[in-house]
Design a protein around this ligand. Structure first.
Ligand code: PLP
Length: 404
């Protein structure tokens, strides 16, 4: 076969894939039952899959979507994801990814100082970012245990298990923060503080930063607040951390998989988490081996929007959460867990069962969480296109059993 295989070229049929994004066909045909013997070709595959892939996903940009930490993504990131897929650069091999490496360095140079860090690298999510930080803490400082609040993300417990370190969970105070009175000796510990707990969005007291042998701040959710002049103060104290994790696929509006692990002393951290190999030109830093150029969509977003554009969107999300909470306070039949601190509003009905209330609301509007064995509704302001008026009128419609 001397013909060039066109499946690997930028065929004009690719335009069809982009056009399908604008107008998703409704009619669904069944997928093949088994692995087809002969392929149906690219164009037919696009037409077959579009109603499934594009039509059968929860729309995170719906006006009533306020459910999870997964944001809708700006189209500039779709373009970059497509370019990335076309080149398939590997951050593991500098020779294949000269620009991708430069892009990641730029993203780090621009973002790390915002958190008092001096560098780091990207990875697939904060689960990996947290593991990487705790690995560095163990092997740089010889920490003997990991301490976090019981509201910390499960990835901290996972990391403790993987690293073979004891995990101490501290109860929370009345604000949902780690209860500092309950913290014992942490002179040989890594203290993990959460900036934006997953259930309620609470920020642990960052005044505790620097009190343990290593302090890691899990800012998976709330880290981007540091870029907003109006909200940066909520993360005051973070600069004294030894490491900071942020999921860029949460409040930086990035497509998955995109996260940052940053260190105060990156050379020192890297000395513990880098391994050479005969087949590698440079040592492999961190947990992952091959990894894609997730810095490129993030860099594009940072250049396209600027600091101001990112801050505006974060501020808008914060005000949406505030608006929602302010409306909920007015409802006698609803209990608000607390005013939201990082865009997460938690509440429950007082006149009906939470689950029943949840079931009556549109799918994809809220999620639920358990706090001290009580079920609450949870909303996360990750969707800049949410319509709070529409959402609050739906809530009052359900709570009063009438159209508001
Ligand atoms: C989401 C989250 C994580 C895990 O991040 P992934 O990107 O899902 O791996 C860790 N910690 C907190 C506080 C989170 O909200």
């Amino acid at each position: 076969m001397t013909q060039i295989d066109k499946s690997f070229l930028p065929d004009t049929s690719l335009d069809h894939a982009v056009n399908l994004l604008r107008e998703v066909p409704m009619a669904q045909e069944n997928l093949p039952h088994s692995f087809p013997e002969r392929g149906i070709g690219e164009i037919q595959t696009l037409d077959l899959l579009a109603p499934h892939v594009l039509g059968r996903a929860a729309r995170l940009d719906n006006s009533n979507a306020l459910t999870h930490m997964d944001p809708p993504t700006p189209w500039i990131t779709w373009a970059m994801a497509l370019w990335n897929a076309r080149l398939n650069q590997n951050l593991l091999h500098p020779a294949t990814a000269p620009f991708a490496i430069e892009a990641e360095k730029k993203v780090m140079d621009w973002l790390a100082p915002v958190f008092g860090m001096n560098g780091g690298h990207m990875c697939s999510g904060s689960t990996i970012a947290n593991l990487t930080a705790l690995w560095a803490a163990r092997d740089v400082k010889g920490i003997e245990k990991i301490v976090a609040s019981k509201a910390a993300h499960i990835s901290i417990e996972k990391a403790a298990k993987i690293l073979g370190l004891p995990y101490e969970q501290i109860s929370t105070n009345s604000h949902g923060q780690i209860d500092s009175d309950k913290i014992n000796d942490i002179s040989n510990a890594c203290l993990v503080l959460t900036a934006g707990t997953t259930a309620t969005g609470v920020i642990d007291s960052l005044a505790l930063t620097g009190k343990a042998k290593w302090t890691h701040v899990d800012a998976a959710w709330a880290g981007p607040l540091r870029l907003s002049p109006n909200h940066a103060h909520l993360l005051d104290g973070i600069d004294a951390a030894d490491s900071v994790a942020i999921s860029a696929h949460k409040w930086f509006f990035q497509p998955k998989d995109s996260a940052l692990i940053m260190f105060r002393d990156t050379d020192l951290a890297n000395s513990a988490i880098s391994l050479g190999g005969g087949y590698l030109a440079t040592p492999n830093i961190g947990v992952q081996g091959s990894r894609g150029a997730s810095a490129i969509p993030l860099l594009a977003t940072m250049i396209a929007w600027g600091k101001e554009g990112i801050a505006d969107r974060i501020d808008h999300a914060m005000s949406m959460a505030n608006m929602l909470a302010t409306e909920l306070i007015k409802e006698d039949n609803i209990s608000l867990w607390a005013m939201p601190t990082t865009g997460i509003t938690v509440f429950r009905p007082l006149t009906m069962n939470t689950e029943e209330f949840y079931q009556r609301l549109p799918e994809g509007m809220f999620s639920t969480c358990m706090l001290d064995n009580v079920k609450w509704l949870r909303s996360v302001a990750a969707n800049p296109l949410a319509d709070i008026e529409e959402i609050t009128s739906k809530i009052s419609e359900v709570i009063h059993g009438t159209i508001a």
